[in-house]
Design a protein around this ligand. Structure first.
Ligand code: AMP
Length: 223
């Protein structure tokens, strides 16, 4: 399966992509994580793009594509979280997949309203070691990560002004992208405000259905 998770910042893409990756043995690709790693390691690319990240703006397509395309080519199946973010990126992704006669199987858009995004992101704390995400309203005891015991930190771009900027950036680029996938017939919606478990079950149902369709299509092509 090749799956894309769409949705505004704070819709739960990262949490769901990680769970799905583990459950379905799909490679989880998060462009946000790849970009943060380049910035934290102060690579030359990281130095070029850190200001975009800190302002909550999209990193130029050419840079994201360079960071990502090798990883896409290396992995037969994957779940993408945070990419594509605009129509240009979606077309580039299709072009790269098309070179190897591959295509996306499913695009899932997690819907959530602006108030919920602000609440989630403004209170979000992330583990400094393993990246597990927490909310200030529901911290583990000792305020350290319950999985690895490391300290928690607030992402630099999880402050209210930058969150608002990120939401606007999302709104500016999402509609052509949605339209593109809708026309391809692979776009589905899930209500992202439900509990993470319910969202996960909803996504799994869509994936299982699509898997069966793909198997059927493959069988029909061969027979
Ligand atoms: P995220 O972790 O997905 O919220 O992404 C954090 C930040 O990384 C975004 O605000 C952008 O600055 C950058 N970023 C992540 N994915 C992309 C992308 N596909 N295109 C451009 N910039 C991106």
């Amino acid at each position: 399966m090749r799956v894309v998770l769409l949705g505004p910042p704070g819709s739960g893409k990262g949490t769901q992509a990680e769970k799905l990756g583990n459950r379905l043995n799909l490679f989880h690709i998060s462009t946000g994580d790849i970009i943060r790693e380049a910035v934290n390691k102060r690579t030359s690319v990281g130095e070029q793009i850190k200001d975009f990240l800190n302002r909550g703006e999209l990193v130029p397509d050419s840079v994201v594509l360079k960071l990502l395309m090798g990883i896409i080519k290396k992995n037969e199946e994957f779940i993408l979280d945070g990419f594509p973010r605009n129509l240009q990126q979606a077309k580039q992704l299709d072009a790269v997949l098309g070179e190897e006669n591959k295509e996306l199987d499913l695009v899932i858009n997690l819907k959530i309203d602006e108030g919920a995004i602000l609440h989630r992101l403004n209170g979000r704390l992330t583990c400094s070691q393993c990246g597990k995400v927490y909310h200030i309203d529901n911290l583990p005891s000792g305020k350290r990560c319950e999985l690895c015991g490391a300290s928690l930190y607030q992402r630099k771009d999880d402050n209210i002004d930058i969150i608002k900027r990120r939401i606007n950036v999302y709104k500016e680029s999402i509609f052509p992208l949605i339209e593109y996938y809708r026309k391809k017939g692979i776009l589905h919606y899930i209500q992202g405000e439900m509990s993470p478990e319910k969202v996960f079950r909803g996504i799994m149902t869509l994936i299982e259905k699509r898997k069966n369709e793909v198997m059927e299509e493959t069988w029909l092509r061969k027979n």
